[in-house]
Design a protein around this ligand. Sequence first.
Ligand SMILES: *Cc1c(COP(=O)(O)O)cnc(C)c1O
Length: 270
Amino acid sequence: ASIIDGILLSGSPFLRYRHNDYDQLERLVQKNACQYETIIILTESIFSMDGDVADLNRLIAIKRQYPNILLYVDEAHAIGARGKTGLGIAEEQGCIQEIDLLVGTFGKALASMGAYLVCSRTIREYLVNTMRPLIFSTALPPFQIAWTSFIWERLPSLTKERENLLAYSRLLAEALTGKGGEISQSHIIPFIVGESEDCVRKAEELQRKGFYCLPVRPPTVPKGTSRIRFSLTANLTIKNIHQLIVETGHASSPTGARPVSTPPDRELDR
Ligand SMILES: *Cc1c(COP(=O)(O)O)cnc(C)c1O
């Protein structure tokens, strides 16, 4: 939603490619590359609804076939959580240098506010001078920036936390296999319940048992794939995960909730 709103605000024409369908993207690029001065390919790195991960090197390969393509990667869910020093999936996949516009937020793993863009000086100057939402909003308060710097400087040393997070995520995703969890390759793990009301009921039940989790329903996700979206943190214990697995395990069988293992194509036709 953030990416789409940004595109709409830019006023640029845009096309969507199906979720991680790089063959389709390649065809679209081929068809359109000569019609535009510049094309920007946009992607999240960790996808916020399924927790799956983009193949950035594949996107870079597509970009390199043409002289007028820039690659924009939104690392909102990956910054702090992935990569050797916490710089995200671009670091993990060894391609930071190749990303033209690398975006991240301080609002998730960094527990702060604000966001960043890593880009060329030219693009920076352009945005600082033309981007209305930036020009006409108040700067962040200094204490917020101090807090962000404090956390930012510590990111590289949080290796153990990142390892824990990944290990617990795998454990939960494996346990939820067949219930939607298997598509996740990250700490964002969907537990696909199916119908909207079942999903809300299940989330409330888990909350009563002490697991803070929220239901995600249409139109955020396709109909019939309402899900509880677990977002794990590094401070969980193995015991917490096992308890959660037991609690989610009760969901599908006795009550007859209908898990849908693979969500349909998520392309939003507008
Ligand atoms: C959360 C999120 C944002 C917005 O982050 P802020 O905390 O508002 O800075 C932007 N893009 C993606 C992909 C997100 O998941």
